[in-house]
Design a protein around this ligand. Sequence first.
Ligand code: PEP
Length: 255
Amino acid sequence: MNRRYRKTVIAGNWKMNKNAADAKSFISELKSSVRGKWCEVVLCVPFTAIPAAVKTAKGSRIDIGAQNCHFAPEGAYTGEISCAMLAEAGVKYVVIGHSERRRDFGESDRTVNLKAHAALDAGLRPIICVGESAEMRETGITLDVIRAQVKSALKDITADRVRRTVIAYEPIWAIGTGDTATAEQADEVNRAIRECLRQLYGARVARSISILYGGSVTPKNAYELFAMPDIDGGLVGGASLDRAAFEEIINAADQ
Ligand code: PEP
């Protein structure tokens, strides 16, 4: 990480776990331990837990995120939630293009781009996920795949708006598997993402954008990962469900 130019972000992704009461007790306890930390702490909770999470986190260093959004501002999209609705509820961040949504819900590079625009329009900070499959890595096309995903996700996003985005490199083979990328593997991809941002927006913008790593981050591997120059924090799934583990990961980022 490079504290001088960009923020360090630790974002927990609870996926479809925990309810409003859980959010309340988890955040109440986390609040005091993150006091005085300089890194950004985000909890991306299920939609139904957002009001309780926002209320409990009020006045603390913790921001609340959502795990998905729709790209339209309103309309006949049964079961969907717009970015303006999330912003109204007090949400600050939204995860876009998580590999589980790409795999199970038909999220494509095009919808990721539309959602990123919608999030920025509503004043939210998108956390845009990119990542390769095990097969892609084995065939040596990882960096090409990632560059294509980043370019497509950021299509027509201007330099002043892109500064509000966060990118999360999440190799699909590392998510929920316990099979973390090595710090060198993750940093190599994050460096390639930053180079891609430099080509698109210039060096100043590129160095200001936080690029996270996600995929089986634990208290054990967090210190090594966050010590790498281009890893600016983590998107944390399983370990964010356990308060002590999540706190330790925040400590690792706060060095
Ligand atoms: C995730 O869901 O984004 C994730 C990285 O999960 P885990 O940390 O459990 O691998």
